[in-house]
Design a protein around this ligand. Structure first.
Ligand code: FAD
Length: 445
């Protein structure tokens, strides 16, 4: 019998457990290294693995929602996290929500009793110098490991995110906004500009300033939020601060009036297919219902479909488009993979999904000598392709949404038909991908 060197996985959260399960299921031994209970991050408190640190919801269950489709694909890939979630489900309308303690116990039990997984409960303080590794230490990676990781990644390791809202391209009113770069030819350029009159601008600023914002958590440094100021903090500084900041109209003429608007909200494509646009410089901690009001008060965005809301958090994550390939493998050291929130995805399900992909990719590398990332038309592949390939700069973490998927052929469709077409295309692509992968040898312990 050939002895296979174990893969070291750092972090027994959602991603680390899912990656362990996918590798072990393909016959590859795993050393899963988790620092709890000897040390807890400021948000963790349960000694079990796969702790849900905040909400107990894994979002929409319906596969016609992007988050539901992602879970459906994970279930088809034999996901431990999704199986455990279904076993510990609590009633939550259309969402898949769980009893968090039962969920963590369920995952811990399956991991600890798997014959190919060894759990070592000790903090890892540096990136191991040899062997295959998956780094899945999460948004609150312990300091010593983070410091050593910065040596491996160079300047591409971040400790806070600053996310501006993103809207669906086809929900922007092109009659109200105009395409132009500052000082460029009107009608050409990379930006869509939503022009505001003085009255529209002042109403918007009042709305922003009156909004409820999420308070920094006890372990978040408020000074960081001053350095990269949220729009509500700028609005609170004075009525014209935003018009001299990210909403400045300088160099832009509205073709509808032939004049410079009082202010402009600029939109920049978030992906190469330009299916999503972000609101430039509009990072915010406003609550989601308040952001909803603010975004829909911007001329041209009255009907906008919000694909993701702005957030600003303490969050350890890598500059994935610069550092890893579509298999979440580090370009500068192919034995190292990233998974979970630290890989540049955002959210419980997305973290587990990237753990699933990284685990399968490392298994492919071991067993076939090559990576086989999921097709970009699947939810698993759309998320991974975006995170590892986007031109958006600076890179900010992303959650799953239909804007990440390659455009559909067949012209304009109604919303429901478009979702159904995405789901059907994704199912076919996922089935083809699954048959190309090394087989699962064991799914139960
Ligand atoms: C406070 C907070 C609240 C959040 N709330 C939500 C929410 O409600 N919904 C949502 O979808 N997403 C939420 N997220 C975002 C994200 O989805 C979760 O953090 C998710 O748990 C990430 O999964 P992960 O596997 O990447 O990391 P984690 O689940 O955090 O797992 C990482 C594991 O690595 C361990 N670890 C860290 N450093 C070391 C080390 N040096 N050595 C050994 N082990 C180590 C940790 O103890 C932890 O168990 C939240 C994030 C934070 C920080």
């Amino acid at each position: 019998m050939t002895l296979i060197n174990p893969v070291t996985i750092i972090g027994g959260g959602l991603a680390g457990c899912e990656a362990s399960w996918q590798l072990a299921g393909r016959g590859i031994p795993v050393l899963l290294r988790e620092m709890k209970p000897g040390r807890f991050s400021p948000a963790h408190e349960d000694p079990h693995l796969a702790e849900l640190v905040c909400s107990n919801s894994l979002r929409a269950a319906d596969p016609h929602h992007a988050a539901g489709l992602l879970k459906d694909e994970m279930a088809r890939c034999g996901s431990l996290i999704i199986t455990a979630a279904h076993k510990t489900r609590v009633p939550a309308g259309g969402a898949l929500a769980v009893d968090r303690h039962a969920f963590a116990r369920q995952v811990t039990g399956r991991i600890e009793s798997h014959p190919l997984i060894t759990v070592i409960r000790r903090e890892v303080t540096g990136v191991p110098a040899a062997g295959d590794i998956i780094i899945a230490s999460g948004p609150l990676t312990a300091d010593a490991l983070a410091a050593d990781l910065a040596r491996v990644t160079g300047p591409g390791l971040h400790f806070y995110d600053a996310i501006a809202p993103i809207v669906a391209a086809d929900s922007i009113d092109r009659e109200r906004c105009f395409r132009a770069d500052r000082y460029g030819e009107p009608g050409t350029g990379d930006y869509l500009n939503c022009p505001l009159s003085a009255a529209e601008y002042h109403r918007l600023v009042e709305l922003i300033a009156a909004g409820d914002a999420q308070r920094p958590r006890a372990f978040e440094d408020e000074k960081v939020f001053e350095g990269c100021m949220p729009v509500e903090a700028m609005a609170a500084r004075g009525p014209e601060t935003l018009a001299f900041g990210p909403l400045k109209p300088v160099g832009l003429t509205d073709p509808a009036t032939g004049r410079r608007p009082h202010a402009v909200v600029q939109l920049r494509a978030e992906n190469r297919d330009a299916t999503m646009y972000n609101l430039v410089g509009f990072q915010t901690r406003l609550t989601f219902p308040w952001q909803n009001q603010v975004i829909h008060a911007i001329p041209g965005l009255e009907q906008a479909v919000i694909l993701r809301y702005g957030t600003m958090h303490r969050n350890t994550f890598i500059d994935a488009p610069r550092l890893v390939n579509r298999g979440f493998q580090l370009l500068s050291d192919p034995r190292i993979f990233f998974a979970g929130q630290i890989s540049g995805v955002e959210g419980y399900v997305e973290s587990a999904a990237s753990g699933l992909v990284a685990g399968i990719q490392l298994a492919c590398r071991r067993l076939t000598g090559q990576l086989l990332p999921p097709p970009a038309t699947t939810a698993l592949g759309a998320l991974g392709s975006h995170v590892t390939n986007t031109d958006a700069s600076p890179f900010q973490p992303m959650n799953i949404n239909f804007g990440l998927f390659p455009p559909l052929s067949g012209g304009k469709m109604k919303k429901a038909a478009r979702k159904a077409a995405h789901v059907s295309r994704a199912h076919t692509a996922l089935e083809d991908w699954l048959v190309s992968l090394p087989s699962v040898i064991t799914t139960s312990s």
